[in-house]
Design a protein around this ligand. Structure first.
Ligand code: C5P
Length: 411
């Protein structure tokens, strides 16, 4: 059993701290909570005390605490300090080395690893001051997670959402097992973690291309294969950024998910997530979008049937394949209904990828749980037997790990 000191900052995401406490307790860890003044406006000390089964600390000026347990002792008794949610203000005070409340005093006094899971408005996260503070904290040896991207409580969209509690727990387990570098081979689960220092970008799911505010062009992709790939890579220790189109799937543990809707949003999110050691583009990106989507709902009218003018979307894979930022290993997927391998060979060259995983989607592959794939590379074609998508993902993740460990360029 490890002991985690959880500092709960003042933001709407503070309610998710309750889930973090619950998951830590379920995993057999001891948790002590420190609630900041701001945090106490969002969750109560009573809730955290009930979940942690420990006293909750809120103030630096508690004579009883100072007599029985000084703030230095409180931080020293923990194996790891977790700040979640880490607000812009808390990050700024941490970076400046301030000690003007119990939380920051503990953070300044500690000699234990610290993990910060940020949550704030997108503009606050992207502000140069916050980015400067995050860089400073990372340089100081603090592990600052990337926030998730998506719709926010304030109504805006972008990076700034607290990472999923399951993702925070995965990082906690890694830090508890390995310390801030997180690079010892015996962490989490299997113990086989060959991708531990690698960042891998995965795209998954369909894209939705609006026709008007209520209609869109889509395809039958479920995202299952891409999510399975992200999960398999994370279980081998990789830091995974998963850019996901609209799908109804849970975020795999340990994966940073960025939700997008259109091909152009996906292209921008991919660009922002770089650099990466490898990119696995599983998404079924719409090739075309409606030119100039209508601002109001199209109406049935005397004018007759509206005509849709389509324009081409950016080819994210091909752009990456020919960019100076190209990851060392670039893998595309190709869903085909005929001449599967011939088309895949053609795509390999055209898109500048190292491998194309080609699959025949003429049956019920899209939305289903199994897949038959061919790995097409400059070296030839390998056909894998029919298997569950999770097994395709694991075999692919093993191949990626073997390739990234090999100092020679993939082929
Ligand atoms: O050309 P096709 O759509 O069959 O190619 C499939 C591969 O290219 C997939 O890896 C897919 O993610 C990627 N792709 C893309 N951007 C597009 C179209 C496809 O990245 N606009």
């Amino acid at each position: 059993m490890s002991r985690v000191l959880l500092i709960v900052g003042g933001g709407i995401a503070a309610y998710k701290a309750c889930e973090i406490v619950r998951l830590l307790r379920k995993a057999g860890h001891g948790v002590r909570c420190v609630l900041t003044e701001g945090g106490s406006h969002f969750v109560t000390a009573m809730t955290l005390a009930a979940l942690s089964e420990e006293e909750v600390h809120t103030t630096l000026w508690d004579l009883k605490d100072e007599a029985e347990m000084g703030h230095i002792q409180l931080s020293r008794q923990a194996d790891l300090i977790v700040v979640a949610p880490a607000t812009a203000d808390l990050l700024a005070r941490m970076a400046a080395g301030l000690a003007n409340d119990l939380a920051t005093t503990l953070l300044l006094a500690t000699d234990k690893p610290v993990l910060a899971a940020p949550a704030m408005n997108v503009r606050m996260w992207l502000h140069p001051a916050t980015q400067r503070n995050v860089s400073q904290l990372r340089a100081d040896g603090i592990t600052v997670m990337e926030p998730d991207e998506g719709a926010m409580a304030c109504g805006e969209f972008g990076p700034g959402r607290l990472p999923e509690p399951t993702a925070i727990i995965t990082r906690i387990e890694l830090l508890l097992a390995n310390g801030p570098g997180g690079s010892a081979p015996q962490a989490l689960g299997t113990g086989h973690r060959p991708l531990v220092d690698k960042h891998i970008l995965v795209t998954a799911g369909p894209t939705h291309e609006p026709i008007d505010p209520v209609r869109y062009i889509a395809n039958r992709s479920s995202g299952k294969q891409g999510f399975a790939v992200a999960e398999a890579l994370a279980s081998l220790g990789a830091r995974v950024s998963l850019v996901a189109g609209p799908v109804a799937l849970a975020t795999p543990a340990g994966v940073t998910r960025i939700d997008v809707e259109t091909a152009r949003e996906m292209a921008a999110a991919v660009d922002r997530a770089l650099p990466a050691d490898a990119a696995i583009m599983v998404a079924a990106v719409a090739d075309w979008r409606a030119e100039g989507a209508a601002e109001q709902k199209l109406k049935k009218a005397a004018g007759g049937i509206p005509s849709l003018q389509l324009v081409e979307n950016p080819d994210i894979l091909a752009t990456l394949g020919h960019s100076p930022n190209r990851p060392r290993l670039l893998v595309g997927f190709a869903a085909e209904t005929e001449h599967v391998v011939t088309h895949a060979r053609d795509k390999l060259a055209r898109k500048g990828a190292d491998w194309i995983i080609a699959n025949d989607v003429s049956g019920d592959v899209m939305g289903g749980d199994t897949n038959t794939v061919h790995l097409v590379s400059a070296g030839g074609v390998e056909t894998w037997e029919h298997m569950p998508k999770a097994n395709v993902a694991r075999r692919l993740a093993d191949r990626i790990a073997a390739t990234l460990q090999d100092p020679v360029q993939p082929g």
